[in-house]
Design a protein around this ligand. Structure first.
Ligand code: ADP
Ligand code: MG
Length: 452
């Protein structure tokens, strides 16, 4: 699109400044990878580290697991209940799924309140889908928060993230908390067979039929990853070593050796988990809209854009969503009509073309930084497992940010090309839709069959 940008000089200068500020350079990438490796090493050895590197107690599936399972997926904006069937031949299908919106009052009230809501949702799901309340059914719980797991169906919550703060749950065993809520609601035939993180569910679900899949990543409301680690490298492990490998939930959202801006600092300061989840706050869907809003607020205050408008979408914390950025960056029309409509709906009418172009560029600054950091972190895991990139690596990725943000995947792939040149072909990014739900069911099946 050939548009002359007759922006005021000050605005162009500021744009150049922002370009530099948000750029993740080749040099940054190499430094981040080095720091990532060092934090991984520390986390695996039990030393203080921003990467917790939590053993997930999960076996890889054999593909012959069979049966029907209920899976819960809790960890973001929506809470989902699924009925999943495994056919014993490596295929998994979702028979039914219900989404429930978690209200802020339940996210940030008491633990009992939150888990009563969860148990009520399970109850109505079972009624709606005629799931018997007499016959025992196994349940898999994808709980996507940092949990110190003690076995396949037990683990204590270390800390809430992503805006959850429900009181009285940190330090408790999540499975016991869920069981108590099920009991309060009179659900007696559901047995919690597995507790899993969504990254682990995603890796297990993808590797069920793609053997080269060895990394699971989440790019949704939050961000995290897991990979299979050699038991001998998990030097903090004190248990019996029955297997050669174990999946490690990295909790990479908390990685904190990253270049940050004043906008990121503001967001961190205003969040309920200040100082934590620094990577997540630069990368995940929950925060990208807010980062952009901070940048635009700054431009408004400097009188460089959207002059003379009253209170609008850019004045309300978290008023601008990552979905809106998707829409803005996805507008490829000549007159940027979609952007125009969005602005009009949000109190900014009669905007000139330069401002719309600028808005689109600003979205790109924020989204490209997110994609480049995500790809850098994936590169760190790959080079940790396979320094010379001898093998093929498929990365299973779940999350609406990766799935829906225009051009996100392409920017990630550019980083692999910058780093690995021809060998970048060995890395494949694949959407693992429903990975966390299906994967949890597969994990429950593995747990149930090993019990038998
Ligand atoms: P969760 O991570 O909560 O399990 P999702 O993977 O669906 O669920 O991610 C939801 C997040 O993805 C939202 O919080 C939002 O930030 C982001 N998102 C949703 N829709 C889009 C979209 N069209 N484009 C980019 N990001 C999106
Ligand atoms: Mg999810």
């Amino acid at each position: 699109m050939a548009i002359s940008t007759n922006l005021p000089v000050a605005c162009k200068e500021f744009e150049n400044y922002l370009n530099k500020l948000f750029n993740i350079s080749d040099c940054d990438i190499r430094t981040i990878i080095k720091d990532f490796h060092s934090e991984m090493q520390k986390g695996l050895s039990g030393y203080e580290s921003s990467l917790k590197m939590i053993p997930a107690f999960v076996d890889r599936p054999k593909g012959n697991e069979k049966g029907k399972f209920i899976a819960l997926d809790l960890g973001g904006t929506n809470f989902r209940v699924l009925e999943v069937e495994l056919d014993g031949k490596g295929n998994s299908s979702v028979l039914a799924v219900s989404k429930f919106v978690i209200k802020k009052k339940d996210m940030q009230g008491t633990g009992d309140q939150l888990f009563d809501f969860i148990a009520d949702s399970i109850k109505s799901f079972m009624q709606e889908n005629s799931i018997s309340c007499d016959k025992q059914i196994e349940l898999a719980f994808t709980f996507s928060f940092p949990v110190e797991q003690t076995n396949i169906a037990a683990g204590t919550l270390i800390v809430w993230t992503k805006g959850f703060t429900a009181k009285g749950v940190v330090g408790e065993d999540i499975v016991i908390v869920l069981n108590e809520a099920l009991k309060r609601k009179g659900i007696s035939n559901v047995k919690v067979a597995a507790l899993a993180n969504d990254t682990v569910g995603t890796l297990v679900a993808k590797s069920y039929n793609v053997p080269s899949c060895d990394i699971g990543v989440i790019l949704g409301t939050g961000s995290n990853a897991c990979y299979p680690e050699k038991m001998s490298n998990i030097t903090k492990w004190r248990g019996v070593r029955k297997k050669d490998n174990m999946i490690i939930n990295m909790e990479w959202g908390n990685f904190d050796k990253l270049p940050i801006t004043t906008y990121d600092k503001e967001i961190d300061k205003a969040s309920p988990n200040t100082g934590r989840q620094r990577l997540e706050k630069l990368v995940s869907g929950m925060y990208l809209g807010e980062i952009l809003r901070q940048v635009i607020s700054d431009l408004i205050q400097r009188d460089l854009i959207f002059k003379d408008y009253g209170t609008n979408v850019f004045h309300k914390p978290y008023g601008l969503l990552t979905e809106h950025m998707s829409l803005i960056e996805g507008d490829n029309s000549d007159n940027l009509g979609e952007i125009e409509n969005f602005l009009v709906e949000n109190g900014i009418a009669n905007i000139n073309l330069h401002s719309k172009v600028l808005l689109k560029k600003l979205c790109h600054l924020v989204s490209a930084r997110s994609a480049r950091i995500s790809a850098t972190a994936i590169s760190a895991i790959i080079t940790w497992m396979d320094p010379e990139l001898k093998k093929n690596h498929t990365v299973g990725i779940d999350g609406s940010l990766f799935e829906k943000y225009p051009g996100f995947k392409g920017i990630m792939e550019e980083v692999f090309e910058e780093l690995f040149k021809d060998k970048a072909k060995k890395i494949t990014l694949e959407l693992a839709k429903d990975g966390s739900g299906k994967g949890a069911a597969i994990i429950a099946a593995v747990a149930a069959s090993s019990e038998k």
